[in-house]
Write a protein that binds this ligand. Structure first.
Ligand code: 5AD
Ligand code: SF4
Length: 437
Protein backbone atom coordinates (compact mmCIF):
# COMPACT_ATOMS: atom_id res chain seq x y z
CA UNK A 1 0.00 0.00 0.00
CA UNK A 2 1.27 3.45 -0.86
CA UNK A 3 0.58 5.33 2.35
CA UNK A 4 3.45 7.62 3.25
CA UNK A 5 3.30 11.38 3.01
CA UNK A 6 5.61 14.34 3.38
CA UNK A 7 4.68 17.99 3.90
CA UNK A 8 6.86 20.95 3.03
CA UNK A 9 5.66 24.13 4.69
CA UNK A 10 6.48 27.67 3.63
CA UNK A 11 5.64 30.78 5.63
CA UNK A 12 4.25 31.65 9.02
CA UNK A 13 3.06 29.74 12.07
CA UNK A 14 -0.50 29.68 10.74
CA UNK A 15 0.73 27.60 7.84
CA UNK A 16 2.82 25.53 10.18
CA UNK A 17 -0.30 24.75 12.20
CA UNK A 18 -2.36 24.04 9.07
CA UNK A 19 0.31 21.49 8.17
CA UNK A 20 -0.01 19.93 11.63
CA UNK A 21 -3.75 19.56 11.00
CA UNK A 22 -3.20 18.08 7.53
CA UNK A 23 -0.75 15.58 9.06
CA UNK A 24 -3.23 14.80 11.87
CA UNK A 25 -6.03 14.05 9.40
CA UNK A 26 -3.86 11.79 7.25
CA UNK A 27 -2.49 9.89 10.24
CA UNK A 28 -6.09 9.23 11.35
CA UNK A 29 -6.65 7.65 7.95
CA UNK A 30 -3.68 5.31 8.38
CA UNK A 31 -1.03 7.26 6.50
CA UNK A 32 2.46 7.70 7.94
CA UNK A 33 4.48 10.89 7.81
CA UNK A 34 8.06 10.71 6.51
CA UNK A 35 10.78 13.31 6.87
CA UNK A 36 12.10 13.14 3.31
CA UNK A 37 9.97 13.80 0.27
CA UNK A 38 11.87 11.19 -1.75
CA UNK A 39 10.45 8.47 0.55
CA UNK A 40 6.85 9.71 0.28
CA UNK A 41 4.01 8.43 -1.89
CA UNK A 42 2.09 11.67 -1.35
CA UNK A 43 3.88 15.03 -1.45
CA UNK A 44 2.11 18.07 -0.01
CA UNK A 45 3.41 21.59 -0.41
CA UNK A 46 1.83 24.22 1.84
CA UNK A 47 2.59 27.59 0.25
CA UNK A 48 3.04 31.18 1.41
CA UNK A 49 2.29 34.24 -0.68
CA UNK A 50 3.46 37.02 1.60
CA UNK A 51 6.64 37.77 -0.34
CA UNK A 52 8.03 37.10 -3.75
CA UNK A 53 10.83 34.71 -2.68
CA UNK A 54 8.36 32.20 -1.20
CA UNK A 55 6.48 32.21 -4.54
CA UNK A 56 9.69 31.57 -6.43
CA UNK A 57 10.80 28.76 -4.13
CA UNK A 58 7.43 27.07 -4.54
CA UNK A 59 7.59 27.04 -8.33
CA UNK A 60 11.23 25.89 -8.12
CA UNK A 61 10.13 22.95 -5.93
CA UNK A 62 7.30 22.05 -8.31
CA UNK A 63 9.77 22.07 -11.20
CA UNK A 64 11.94 19.53 -9.35
CA UNK A 65 8.96 17.23 -8.73
CA UNK A 66 8.09 16.97 -12.40
CA UNK A 67 10.84 14.41 -13.15
CA UNK A 68 9.64 12.00 -10.47
CA UNK A 69 5.97 12.41 -11.46
CA UNK A 70 6.85 11.60 -15.08
CA UNK A 71 8.39 8.21 -14.28
CA UNK A 72 6.11 7.45 -11.30
CA UNK A 73 2.56 8.56 -12.20
CA UNK A 74 1.19 7.07 -8.94
CA UNK A 75 3.22 9.60 -6.96
CA UNK A 76 0.58 12.10 -5.76
CA UNK A 77 1.39 15.81 -5.70
CA UNK A 78 -0.82 18.13 -3.62
CA UNK A 79 -0.49 21.88 -3.27
CA UNK A 80 -2.29 24.10 -0.79
CA UNK A 81 -1.96 27.25 1.32
CA UNK A 82 -2.12 30.96 0.67
CA UNK A 83 -0.84 30.96 -2.91
CA UNK A 84 -3.79 28.80 -3.98
CA UNK A 85 -6.19 31.57 -2.94
CA UNK A 86 -4.97 33.58 -5.94
CA UNK A 87 -6.54 32.80 -9.30
CA UNK A 88 -3.40 33.69 -11.26
CA UNK A 89 -1.47 31.02 -9.34
CA UNK A 90 -4.08 28.36 -10.08
CA UNK A 91 -4.00 29.36 -13.75
CA UNK A 92 -0.21 29.02 -13.82
CA UNK A 93 -0.33 25.57 -12.19
CA UNK A 94 -3.00 24.40 -14.62
CA UNK A 95 -1.06 25.52 -17.65
CA UNK A 96 2.56 24.85 -16.65
CA UNK A 97 2.25 22.03 -14.10
CA UNK A 98 -0.85 20.14 -15.28
CA UNK A 99 0.35 16.93 -13.58
CA UNK A 100 -0.38 18.34 -10.09
CA UNK A 101 -3.08 16.07 -8.59
CA UNK A 102 -4.74 18.19 -5.91
CA UNK A 103 -5.11 21.92 -5.36
CA UNK A 104 -6.90 23.13 -2.22
CA UNK A 105 -6.95 26.42 -0.33
CA UNK A 106 -6.70 27.85 3.16
CA UNK A 107 -10.45 27.68 3.86
CA UNK A 108 -11.09 24.01 3.11
CA UNK A 109 -8.19 22.03 4.51
CA UNK A 110 -10.74 19.78 6.30
CA UNK A 111 -11.72 18.48 2.84
CA UNK A 112 -8.25 17.25 2.00
CA UNK A 113 -8.68 13.58 3.07
CA UNK A 114 -11.74 13.34 0.83
CA UNK A 115 -9.94 14.96 -2.11
CA UNK A 116 -7.04 12.54 -1.66
CA UNK A 117 -9.43 9.59 -1.57
CA UNK A 118 -10.95 10.76 -4.84
CA UNK A 119 -7.54 10.91 -6.49
CA UNK A 120 -6.37 7.56 -5.16
CA UNK A 121 -9.62 5.71 -5.97
CA UNK A 122 -10.90 7.45 -9.07
CA UNK A 123 -7.60 8.77 -10.48
CA UNK A 124 -9.31 12.09 -11.00
CA UNK A 125 -7.52 15.38 -10.47
CA UNK A 126 -9.09 17.57 -7.73
CA UNK A 127 -9.19 21.36 -7.63
CA UNK A 128 -11.25 22.73 -4.75
CA UNK A 129 -10.57 26.23 -3.44
CA UNK A 130 -13.13 28.23 -1.46
CA UNK A 131 -13.10 31.98 -2.04
CA UNK A 132 -13.66 32.84 1.62
CA UNK A 133 -13.92 31.21 5.02
CA UNK A 134 -17.29 29.76 5.93
CA UNK A 135 -18.05 28.41 9.42
CA UNK A 136 -14.95 27.54 11.41
CA UNK A 137 -14.52 23.76 11.44
CA UNK A 138 -13.81 22.58 14.99
CA UNK A 139 -12.39 19.31 16.25
CA UNK A 140 -9.82 18.59 13.53
CA UNK A 141 -6.92 16.46 14.76
CA UNK A 142 -3.36 17.80 14.71
CA UNK A 143 -0.06 15.98 14.60
CA UNK A 144 2.04 18.44 16.55
CA UNK A 145 5.63 19.20 15.71
CA UNK A 146 6.55 19.62 19.40
CA UNK A 147 5.50 17.58 22.42
CA UNK A 148 5.55 20.31 25.01
CA UNK A 149 4.49 23.39 23.10
CA UNK A 150 1.51 23.82 20.82
CA UNK A 151 0.14 26.28 18.30
CA UNK A 152 -3.51 27.23 18.91
CA UNK A 153 -5.52 29.26 16.43
CA UNK A 154 -7.83 31.75 18.06
CA UNK A 155 -8.91 33.60 14.94
CA UNK A 156 -8.56 33.47 11.19
CA UNK A 157 -8.23 36.17 8.55
CA UNK A 158 -7.47 39.87 8.63
CA UNK A 159 -9.54 43.04 8.09
CA UNK A 160 -6.71 45.54 8.10
CA UNK A 161 -5.71 45.79 4.46
CA UNK A 162 -2.23 47.18 4.94
CA UNK A 163 -1.50 48.38 1.42
CA UNK A 164 1.50 46.08 0.83
CA UNK A 165 -0.08 42.90 2.18
CA UNK A 166 -1.72 39.97 0.42
CA UNK A 167 -3.03 38.25 3.58
CA UNK A 168 -6.55 39.79 3.65
CA UNK A 169 -7.02 38.38 0.14
CA UNK A 170 -5.67 34.90 0.88
CA UNK A 171 -6.96 34.35 4.43
CA UNK A 172 -10.27 36.23 4.16
CA UNK A 173 -12.11 38.31 6.76
CA UNK A 174 -11.61 38.02 10.51
CA UNK A 175 -13.43 35.15 12.21
CA UNK A 176 -12.88 34.31 15.89
CA UNK A 177 -13.24 30.90 17.50
CA UNK A 178 -15.53 30.55 20.51
CA UNK A 179 -13.70 31.06 23.82
CA UNK A 180 -15.00 27.74 25.17
CA UNK A 181 -13.68 25.86 22.11
CA UNK A 182 -10.25 27.43 22.66
CA UNK A 183 -10.21 26.74 26.41
CA UNK A 184 -11.30 23.13 25.84
CA UNK A 185 -8.61 22.61 23.21
CA UNK A 186 -5.96 24.01 25.57
CA UNK A 187 -7.16 21.77 28.43
CA UNK A 188 -6.85 18.73 26.16
CA UNK A 189 -3.37 19.81 25.07
CA UNK A 190 -2.30 20.15 28.70
CA UNK A 191 -3.64 16.64 29.45
CA UNK A 192 -1.45 15.53 26.56
CA UNK A 193 1.68 17.03 28.15
CA UNK A 194 1.75 20.51 26.62
CA UNK A 195 3.29 23.18 28.85
CA UNK A 196 3.28 26.18 26.53
CA UNK A 197 0.77 27.46 24.02
CA UNK A 198 1.21 30.02 21.27
CA UNK A 199 -2.10 31.70 20.44
CA UNK A 200 -2.24 32.44 16.73
CA UNK A 201 -4.05 35.05 14.70
CA UNK A 202 -3.13 37.61 12.08
CA UNK A 203 -4.18 40.27 14.57
CA UNK A 204 -4.94 38.65 17.92
CA UNK A 205 -5.83 42.01 19.47
CA UNK A 206 -9.02 42.18 17.47
CA UNK A 207 -10.19 38.76 18.72
CA UNK A 208 -13.91 38.95 19.44
CA UNK A 209 -15.33 35.77 20.90
CA UNK A 210 -18.92 34.89 21.73
CA UNK A 211 -20.33 36.86 24.67
CA UNK A 212 -18.09 39.86 23.94
CA UNK A 213 -14.97 38.09 25.17
CA UNK A 214 -11.99 40.12 23.95
CA UNK A 215 -8.36 39.05 23.66
CA UNK A 216 -7.37 40.15 27.16
CA UNK A 217 -10.41 38.30 28.62
CA UNK A 218 -9.29 35.18 26.76
CA UNK A 219 -5.80 35.44 28.30
CA UNK A 220 -7.33 35.70 31.79
CA UNK A 221 -9.44 32.60 31.07
CA UNK A 222 -6.46 30.60 29.82
CA UNK A 223 -4.30 31.76 32.72
CA UNK A 224 -6.55 29.64 34.95
CA UNK A 225 -5.98 26.38 33.11
CA UNK A 226 -4.27 24.07 35.62
CA UNK A 227 -1.04 22.53 34.41
CA UNK A 228 -0.47 25.11 31.68
CA UNK A 229 2.78 26.95 32.33
CA UNK A 230 3.23 29.49 29.56
CA UNK A 231 1.04 31.52 27.22
CA UNK A 232 2.38 33.40 24.19
CA UNK A 233 0.65 35.03 21.26
CA UNK A 234 1.37 36.18 17.76
CA UNK A 235 0.78 38.64 16.06
CA UNK A 236 -0.59 41.83 17.51
CA UNK A 237 -1.28 45.01 15.58
CA UNK A 238 -0.15 48.15 17.45
CA UNK A 239 -3.37 49.99 16.59
CA UNK A 240 -5.44 47.54 18.67
CA UNK A 241 -3.13 46.96 21.63
CA UNK A 242 -5.31 47.74 24.64
CA UNK A 243 -4.51 48.96 28.17
CA UNK A 244 -6.40 45.87 29.30
CA UNK A 245 -3.87 43.63 27.54
CA UNK A 246 -0.97 45.51 29.13
CA UNK A 247 -2.69 44.91 32.48
CA UNK A 248 -2.98 41.20 31.61
CA UNK A 249 0.83 41.09 31.30
CA UNK A 250 1.00 42.41 34.88
CA UNK A 251 -1.69 40.17 36.37
CA UNK A 252 -1.43 36.86 34.48
CA UNK A 253 1.56 34.90 35.72
CA UNK A 254 1.47 32.49 32.78
CA UNK A 255 1.58 35.17 30.09
CA UNK A 256 5.22 35.34 28.95
CA UNK A 257 6.83 38.75 29.22
CA UNK A 258 7.51 39.04 25.52
CA UNK A 259 5.71 40.72 22.65
CA UNK A 260 6.04 40.67 18.89
CA UNK A 261 4.80 44.07 17.79
CA UNK A 262 5.33 44.67 14.06
CA UNK A 263 6.16 48.31 13.35
CA UNK A 264 6.87 47.98 9.57
CA UNK A 265 8.42 51.48 9.32
CA UNK A 266 9.62 54.30 11.56
CA UNK A 267 8.37 57.02 9.22
CA UNK A 268 4.91 58.37 10.04
CA UNK A 269 4.48 59.33 6.39
CA UNK A 270 5.21 55.80 5.16
CA UNK A 271 3.04 54.30 7.92
CA UNK A 272 0.15 56.35 6.56
CA UNK A 273 0.85 55.11 3.02
CA UNK A 274 0.92 51.59 4.43
CA UNK A 275 -2.51 52.15 6.06
CA UNK A 276 -1.16 51.11 9.45
CA UNK A 277 -3.35 53.56 11.42
CA UNK A 278 -0.65 54.66 13.92
CA UNK A 279 2.34 56.95 13.65
CA UNK A 280 5.89 56.79 15.00
CA UNK A 281 4.99 58.73 18.16
CA UNK A 282 1.98 56.54 18.95
CA UNK A 283 4.08 53.39 18.48
CA UNK A 284 6.88 54.71 20.71
CA UNK A 285 4.36 55.66 23.40
CA UNK A 286 2.93 52.12 23.31
CA UNK A 287 6.43 50.71 23.72
CA UNK A 288 7.02 53.00 26.69
CA UNK A 289 3.75 51.93 28.32
CA UNK A 290 4.67 48.28 27.88
CA UNK A 291 8.20 48.73 29.22
CA UNK A 292 6.97 50.76 32.21
CA UNK A 293 4.22 48.30 33.11
CA UNK A 294 6.21 45.12 32.45
CA UNK A 295 9.85 45.60 33.47
CA UNK A 296 12.24 43.42 31.46
CA UNK A 297 9.68 42.68 28.71
CA UNK A 298 11.43 41.51 25.54
CA UNK A 299 10.29 42.85 22.19
CA UNK A 300 10.55 41.83 18.58
CA UNK A 301 9.17 43.35 15.40
CA UNK A 302 8.78 43.15 11.62
CA UNK A 303 10.22 45.90 9.42
CA UNK A 304 9.81 46.41 5.69
CA UNK A 305 12.57 48.24 3.82
CA UNK A 306 11.97 50.00 0.51
CA UNK A 307 8.19 50.50 0.51
CA UNK A 308 7.27 52.61 -2.56
CA UNK A 309 8.24 56.25 -2.07
CA UNK A 310 10.53 55.57 0.93
CA UNK A 311 13.18 58.31 1.00
CA UNK A 312 16.53 58.26 2.79
CA UNK A 313 14.90 60.50 5.43
CA UNK A 314 12.06 58.00 5.91
CA UNK A 315 14.59 55.22 6.27
CA UNK A 316 16.58 57.23 8.84
CA UNK A 317 13.34 57.48 10.86
CA UNK A 318 13.22 53.67 10.87
CA UNK A 319 16.83 53.46 12.10
CA UNK A 320 16.01 56.05 14.75
CA UNK A 321 12.98 54.08 15.93
CA UNK A 322 15.03 50.88 16.15
CA UNK A 323 17.62 52.68 18.27
CA UNK A 324 14.92 54.04 20.56
CA UNK A 325 13.04 50.76 21.05
CA UNK A 326 16.13 48.55 21.15
CA UNK A 327 14.41 45.37 20.01
CA UNK A 328 15.64 42.01 21.22
CA UNK A 329 15.23 40.82 17.65
CA UNK A 330 13.66 41.98 14.41
CA UNK A 331 12.54 40.32 11.20
CA UNK A 332 13.58 42.54 8.33
CA UNK A 333 12.09 42.27 4.84
CA UNK A 334 12.75 43.83 1.46
CA UNK A 335 9.48 45.24 0.17
CA UNK A 336 8.09 42.89 -2.44
CA UNK A 337 5.30 43.79 -4.88
CA UNK A 338 2.17 41.67 -4.33
CA UNK A 339 -0.29 41.34 -7.16
CA UNK A 340 -3.72 42.79 -6.32
CA UNK A 341 -2.60 44.95 -3.37
CA UNK A 342 -2.93 48.77 -3.50
CA UNK A 343 0.85 49.32 -3.21
CA UNK A 344 1.37 47.34 -6.42
CA UNK A 345 0.09 50.40 -8.27
CA UNK A 346 2.09 52.98 -6.30
CA UNK A 347 4.61 55.02 -8.22
CA UNK A 348 8.17 55.45 -6.97
CA UNK A 349 8.95 51.78 -6.49
CA UNK A 350 12.43 51.74 -4.95
CA UNK A 351 15.32 50.35 -7.04
CA UNK A 352 16.65 46.99 -5.84
CA UNK A 353 20.16 48.28 -5.12
CA UNK A 354 18.81 51.07 -2.88
CA UNK A 355 16.58 48.59 -1.05
CA UNK A 356 19.50 46.23 -0.47
CA UNK A 357 21.81 48.95 0.72
CA UNK A 358 19.24 50.16 3.28
CA UNK A 359 18.43 46.60 4.27
CA UNK A 360 22.09 45.89 5.08
CA UNK A 361 22.37 49.03 7.22
CA UNK A 362 19.21 48.07 9.10
CA UNK A 363 20.33 44.47 9.68
CA UNK A 364 23.71 45.68 11.03
CA UNK A 365 21.96 47.95 13.52
CA UNK A 366 19.37 45.34 14.56
CA UNK A 367 22.06 42.68 15.06
CA UNK A 368 24.38 44.91 17.06
CA UNK A 369 21.51 45.78 19.42
CA UNK A 370 20.50 42.09 19.72
CA UNK A 371 24.08 41.17 20.62
CA UNK A 372 24.27 43.95 23.25
CA UNK A 373 20.94 42.98 24.76
CA UNK A 374 21.91 39.31 24.88
CA UNK A 375 25.30 40.10 26.45
CA UNK A 376 23.44 41.82 29.30
CA UNK A 377 22.02 38.40 30.31
CA UNK A 378 25.45 37.04 31.30
CA UNK A 379 25.34 35.93 34.94
CA UNK A 380 21.53 35.98 35.14
CA UNK A 381 19.52 32.85 35.92
CA UNK A 382 16.69 32.21 33.44
CA UNK A 383 13.82 29.71 33.52
CA UNK A 384 14.15 27.66 30.34
CA UNK A 385 11.52 25.29 28.93
CA UNK A 386 13.68 22.50 27.47
CA UNK A 387 12.75 21.51 23.91
CA UNK A 388 15.29 18.81 23.08
CA UNK A 389 18.79 18.10 21.83
CA UNK A 390 20.24 20.46 19.26
CA UNK A 391 20.46 19.24 15.68
CA UNK A 392 24.23 19.43 15.53
CA UNK A 393 25.35 18.09 18.93
CA UNK A 394 23.42 15.49 20.92
CA UNK A 395 24.80 16.68 24.29
CA UNK A 396 23.70 20.25 23.70
CA UNK A 397 20.06 20.93 24.50
CA UNK A 398 18.00 23.95 23.54
CA UNK A 399 15.07 25.73 25.08
CA UNK A 400 13.45 29.13 25.41
CA UNK A 401 13.37 31.63 28.24
CA UNK A 402 10.14 33.31 29.28
CA UNK A 403 11.29 36.24 27.08
CA UNK A 404 11.56 33.83 24.07
CA UNK A 405 15.36 33.80 23.94
CA UNK A 406 16.90 30.63 22.59
CA UNK A 407 19.37 29.07 25.05
CA UNK A 408 21.92 26.29 24.43
CA UNK A 409 23.27 24.26 27.37
CA UNK A 410 24.58 20.79 28.22
CA UNK A 411 21.54 18.72 29.14
CA UNK A 412 20.02 15.25 29.21
CA UNK A 413 16.84 13.59 27.92
CA UNK A 414 15.13 13.79 31.34
CA UNK A 415 15.04 17.56 31.08
CA UNK A 416 12.90 17.63 27.94
CA UNK A 417 9.53 19.27 28.60
CA UNK A 418 10.63 20.61 31.99
CA UNK A 419 11.41 24.15 33.05
CA UNK A 420 14.97 24.30 34.38
CA UNK A 421 17.10 27.10 35.82
CA UNK A 422 19.97 28.04 33.54
CA UNK A 423 22.76 30.48 34.37
CA UNK A 424 23.66 32.46 31.25
CA UNK A 425 27.36 32.37 30.43
CA UNK A 426 27.44 33.97 26.99
CA UNK A 427 25.22 36.21 24.88
CA UNK A 428 25.43 35.83 21.10
CA UNK A 429 23.53 37.74 18.40
CA UNK A 430 20.74 35.17 18.01
CA UNK A 431 21.03 33.01 21.14
CA UNK A 432 22.36 32.60 24.66
CA UNK A 433 24.72 29.95 26.08
CA UNK A 434 24.30 28.74 29.64
CA UNK A 435 24.67 26.00 32.24
CA UNK A 436 21.94 24.27 34.18
CA UNK A 437 22.13 24.95 37.94
N1 5AD B 1 6.80 42.85 1.16
C1 5AD B 1 7.68 42.67 2.16
N2 5AD B 1 7.31 42.27 3.39
C2 5AD B 1 6.00 42.02 3.59
N3 5AD B 1 5.33 41.61 4.70
C3 5AD B 1 4.03 41.50 4.39
N4 5AD B 1 3.82 41.84 3.10
C4 5AD B 1 5.04 42.18 2.59
C5 5AD B 1 5.48 42.62 1.31
N5 5AD B 1 4.64 42.81 0.32
C6 5AD B 1 5.98 41.39 5.99
C7 5AD B 1 5.40 42.29 7.06
C8 5AD B 1 4.61 41.35 7.92
C9 5AD B 1 5.40 40.08 7.77
C10 5AD B 1 4.68 38.83 8.14
O1 5AD B 1 5.74 40.04 6.41
O2 5AD B 1 6.48 42.83 7.80
O3 5AD B 1 4.51 41.77 9.26
FE1 SF4 C 1 -1.16 41.88 6.48
FE2 SF4 C 1 -1.59 44.16 7.81
FE3 SF4 C 1 -3.28 42.08 8.12
FE4 SF4 C 1 -0.79 41.94 9.14
S1 SF4 C 1 -2.40 43.40 9.76
S2 SF4 C 1 -1.87 40.36 7.95
S3 SF4 C 1 0.40 43.08 7.62
S4 SF4 C 1 -2.94 43.26 6.25
Amino acid sequence: MRNTFNIQTFGCQMNEHDSEVIAGMLCEKGFAQVAERKDADVAIINTCSVRDNADKRFFGTLGQLKKRKMHDPEFTVCVCGCMMQQQHVIDTIKSKYPWVDIIFGTHNIHQFPQLLDNVLKEKKKQIEVWPDGAEIVEGLPAKRLHKTKALVNIMFGCNNFCTYCIVPYTRGRERSRKPEDIVNEVKKLVEDGVKEIMLLGQNVNSYKGEGDVDFADLIYMLNQVDGLERIRFMTSHPKDLSDKLIQAFVECDKLCKNIHLPVQSGSSRILKEMNRKYDKEKYLSLVKMLKDAVPGITMSTDIIVGFPGETEEDFLETLDLVEKVRYDSAFTFLYSIRKGTPAEKYENQIPEDVKHERFNRLVDLVNSISAEKNAAYIGKVEKVLVEGPSKTNSKTYTGRTDGFKLVNFIGNPDMVGKIVDVRITEGKTFSLEGEVI
